[in-house]
Ligand binder design. Structure first.
Ligand SMILES: [Zn+2]
Length: 356
């Protein structure tokens, strides 16, 4: 073919394509603030075929931000974790400022359990964690309230590491759900940040129990904390690989998180064996069981996409699996917070004298 004809044909094609792009751009612009159906979504946003309507697609950042106050199928996903974030900010402030009424949100529930600093020190505890208390608890008149007021000398950083990890996870999740509708590139970036947030929350959750339980055996403290950190870094690197962000790998991602959680069984069994006669064994086990159950139930909803698969379109705005998953994540984190308080209190009563 004559090269001139080829060039003019190419130009014509480009013109036609250009017109097509302009038309679709105009169409997008008119639909900017309208909610669209699953079929109308760009390919990168097609994740859950059981949610049929109320999608935002290719929205400008400003509109996406203000959609915080509009009904669409992500509204409750954003708000559940935003409220969770606010709750953890409150707990953080309550702990930093030593406001026991705020910090010990489980005071009402824990009072029937042996969690009072005054009357429930285990008779056997000093055999297991020999030595004097290395930081003292202010004795509080009401049961359960002594938990949040150890002397400033108490080692509280592992507790705050967990609080910060949870806050990071909940905030990155909310941000992801709010802005992922903006563009393909931002969608990929935010989804990865969301997964990293979950991994960070799991890793940091290990810090209070491992630090306080194995405080008198630093070798195990180091082994377990290094183990979970290495596993966490591996998970984060894997999750940052673009291919794993797609819907196809939903179960694989869930499996990675569950594997990280299951790693916790090793130090947990170790801790239970070592502290079998501890008075606080039951209360911490109860909290951690609630946590494990919450996370597992939440993950089951996340993977199976129940209930929307039973009635596609019915749960678009409220009640779909991801919202249920979010609620269980917060419940799990709160249960773990309760356990972390007991561990902190435990170390307040039963220290270990490293000089002995
Ligand atoms: Zn989410």
């Amino acid at each position: 073919m004559d090269p001139k004809i080829t060039i003019s044909l190419d130009n014509k094609k480009k013109k036609i394509n250009g017109n097509k792009n302009m038309k679709s751009e105009n169409r997008n612009r008119t639909k900017r603030c309208c909610l669209v159906s699953f079929e109308e979504l760009p390919e990168y946003m097609k994740d859950n075929e059981f949610i049929l309507n109320y999608y935002r697609a290719n929205w400008p950042l400003k509109d996406a931000f203000f959609s915080l106050f509009r009904w669409h199928n992500e509204t409750l996903n954003v708000w559940t974790h935003l409220i969770g974030f606010a709750l953890f900010v409150g707990l953080m402030v309550g702990n930093l400022m030593d406001v026991p009424q705020v910090a010990d949100i489980f005071g009402i529930f824990t009072s029937p359990f042996p969690s009072s600093a005054v009357g429930n020190i285990s008779h056997n505890s000093k055999d297991f964690f020999s030595g004097a208390t290395n930081f003292n608890l202010k004795q509080s008149a009401s049961p359960g309230m002594a938990v949040a007021s150890p002397e400033p000398s108490a080692t509280r950083w592992p507790f705050f590491v967990f609080l910060c990890g949870s806050m990071f996870c909940l905030l990155s999740s909310s941000t992801c759900h709010l802005f992922a509708c903006h563009s393909h590139n931002l969608n990929i970036l935010l989804l990865r940040m969301d997964y990293v947030g979950i991994a960070v929350m799991i890793i940091t959750s290990f810090f209070p129990p491992i630090f306080y339980i194995f405080q008198c055996t630093p070798v195990w403290q180091l082994v377990y904390l290094t183990g979970i950190s290495v596993m966490g870094v591996f998970t984060i690197v894997t999750l940052l690989t673009p291919a794993f962000s797609t819907g196809k790998f939903r179960a694989f991602r869930a499996m990675l998180f569950v594997a990280m959680g299951l790693f916790g069984l090793v130090p947990a069994v170790h801790a239970v064996v070592v502290n079998w006669n501890e008075a606080k064994r039951n209360v911490t086990l109860a909290y951690e069981s609630v946590m494990a159950l919450s996370y597992l139930t939440g993950t089951a909803f996340y993977v199976t996409r129940i209930p929307e698969r039973w009635k596609p379109g019915f749960f678009d705005l409220a009640g779909h699996s991801h919202q249920i998953f979010h609620v269980f994540v917060i419940l799990g984190a709160l249960a773990h917070y309760g356990a972390a308080l007991v561990f902190l209190e435990f170390r307040g009563e039963v220290g270990c004298d490293r000089n002995k």
